[in-house]
Design a protein around this ligand. Structure first.
Ligand code: FAD
Ligand code: NAD
Length: 467
């Protein structure tokens, strides 16, 4: 039987990054992945393919709606949807091949098949060819990720009633689509299809989009998505779904308990994801789950079994690729006797609509709830030269700073390329910068990042320069 210092189960951004760090720190390491392609949800059916389709659809949208104003005549532009999906698949396979290369480079043994614990030191890997390989290790890292959730009254048939996985690989461009859930997946994939001309209706349980993020961001996002002709139905309780070969009918009750009916070619269910631990043999290893099905871990990310750790979507916290990566590095370093640290409060959240949405730290609603006195500075992109040159006038940067100390407590942005701009705010907050610090740091002109500098001085002094 092959024996290792560390075996990582699952090759998503948590698992593969953790395996690399374990190998770098001198552990004999193996990784187990049930699918042929490495990279997990993120690379295969998540972050990467969704961004590929977001980029393609944004190009089409710009060509249709903005080129003319730029002085470019591009008449009779057409969508080749098959090619769009093919490019997305090519990006995925190149990226997954990159992970395979990294496993080789770091001398990590890769096993394909479903891993399940036989005991706390042994697993069986069941391959597609019905073969079983037993492996043992001193330590295990569970990085088995998550799967889409559904609602009790909805059956995902994967044909008409679909999850994000199917929505990233449709065989035809839908004429219409219902999206249940106006969270991150709902807004991103609604944007993709609305830009391509699909009539999109979002049905959301709460009273606004992207619940949990700052309410000003949600309001602005709704405004810009409305420009894509997306229709919104809030405070809706979905009660049922019927599908046939041609489409779907969804019923929902509004806040007055009045039933409404929605119909479309497809219905995308995007109401969150659940931890994936199916057939993992956790009982045999002594690993316990909480009431929501997540693997219980302590501050060191150790499970209830002393030699088994867990990271990423399968444990508590934000279901984000970069959070999983941080935890992967963290556990490898804990095993190596180092003293790593993760500042969970400063993990940024991004929604890749256009304009993009990005945030870190406290929202205004959280500061009010916590009774923390704060000042705020908001700067609109329409006031920024770079944004005007790019015809990108929607959105703003909002900075929240401590009323007394001026320390930055939260940064919330919606605007062009803010998914990248937010990194500056994360660095500033990690170093406990004040709003004045952010203002005094030189920002190249003209850039989108200048909106941060402007919002910072407004937060700090109550007055801006270029406004
Ligand atoms: P996963 O990536 O889910 O990987 C787990 C792996 O374990 C899978 O490959 C699975 O096959 C394997 N596995 C499970 N059980 C076993 C077993 N018993 N034996 C062997 N292998 C097993 N996050 C972001 O930060 N940014 C984004 O832009 C973003 N976009 C997203 C878009 C979509 C459509 C979706 C669905 C998600 C997106 N996410 C994004 C979330 C992100 O994909 C996850 O947070 C991330 O993949 C979690 O990483 P992980 O390593 O914990 O698990
Ligand atoms: P989510 O939690 O972001 O959104 C789910 C939405 O569904 C919420 O708005 C919720 O109120 C709504 N909802 C729940 N029950 C409902 C019901 N019965 N009827 C109508 N609406 C209902 O989850 P998601 O969008 O499915 O994404 C899953 C995970 O994947 C998230 O944790 C997210 O962090 C991650 N993800 C991240 C990114 C990114 O970082 N850009 C992109 C996609 C997904």
């Amino acid at each position: 039987m092959n024996s290792y210092d560390v075996i990582v189960i699952g090759s998503g951004p948590g698992g593969y990054v953790s395996a690399i760090r374990c190998a770098q720190l001198g552990f004999k390491t193996a990784i187990v992945e049930r699918y042929k392609s490495l990279g997990g949800t993120c690379l295969n059916v998540g972050c990467i393919p969704s961004k590929a389709l977001l980029d393609s659809s944004e190009h089409y949208h710009l060509a249709q709606h903005h080129f003319k104003t730029h002085g470019i005549n591009a008449e009779s532009i057409q969508i080749n949807f098959k090619q769009m999906i093919q490019r997305k698949s090519d990006v995925v396979s190149q990226t997954a091949d990159g992970v395979r290369y990294l496993m080789k480079k770091n001398k990590i043994d890769t096993y394909h098949g479903h891993g399940s614990f036989l005991s706390s030191t042994k697993i069986a890997v069941a391959g597609d060819d019905h073969s079983t390989t037993e492996l043992e290790a001193k330590y295990f890292i569970i990085a088995t990720g998550s799967k889409p959730s559904t609602l009790p009254n909805i059956t995902i048939d994967k044909k008409r009633i679909i999850t994000s996985t199917e929505a990233l690989s449709l065989g035809e461009l839908p004429k219409s689509m219902i999206v249940i859930g106006g969270g991150v997946i709902g807004c991103e994939l609604a944007s993709v299809y609305a830009r391509l001309g699909t009539r999109v209706q979002i049905i959301e349980y709460m009273d606004g989009l992207i619940p949990g993020m700052d309410k000003d961001l949600a309001a602005e996002l709704q405004k810009v998505m409305k420009k894509l002709n997306v229709d919104f139905y809030f405070n809706q309780k979905v009660t049922g779904a019927i599908s046939d070969e041609d489409g779907v009918i969804i019923t929902a009750n509004d806040k007055d308990n009045k039933e409404q009916t929605f119909s479309a070619d497809y219905c995308l269910v995007a109401v969150g994801r659940r931890a994936y631990t199916d057939n993992l043999g956790l009982n045999a290893a002594g690993v316990s789950l909480d009431e929501r099905g997540k693997v219980i871990v302590d501050e060191q990310l150790k499970t209830t079994a002393p030699n088994i750790y867990a990271i990423g979507d399968v444990i508590r916290g934000a279901m984000l690729a970069h959070k999983a990566e941080e935890e992967g590095v963290f556990v490898a370093e804990v095993l190596a006797g180092k003293k790593p640290h993760i500042h969970y409060h400063l993990i940024p959240g991004v929604v890749y609509t256009w304009p993009e949405v990005a945030a870190v730290g406290y929202t205004e609603q959280q500061l009010i709830e916590k009774n923390i006195a704060y000042k705020k500075g908001s700067y609109p992109f329409k006031a920024l030269g770079r944004a005007r040159a790019a015809m990108e006038s929607d959105g703003f940067v909002k900075i929240l700073a401590d009323q007394e100390t001026d320390e930055v407590l939260g940064v919330h942005m919606i605007g062009p390329r803010v998914a990248d701009v937010i990194a500056e705010a994360v660095v500033a907050m990690e170093f406990r910068a004040s709003a004045e610090d952010l203002f005094r740091i030189s920002h190249a002109h003209p850039t989108f990042a200048e909106a941060v500098k402007e919002a910072a001085i407004i937060a700090s002094e109550g007055r801006g320069i270029n406004i």
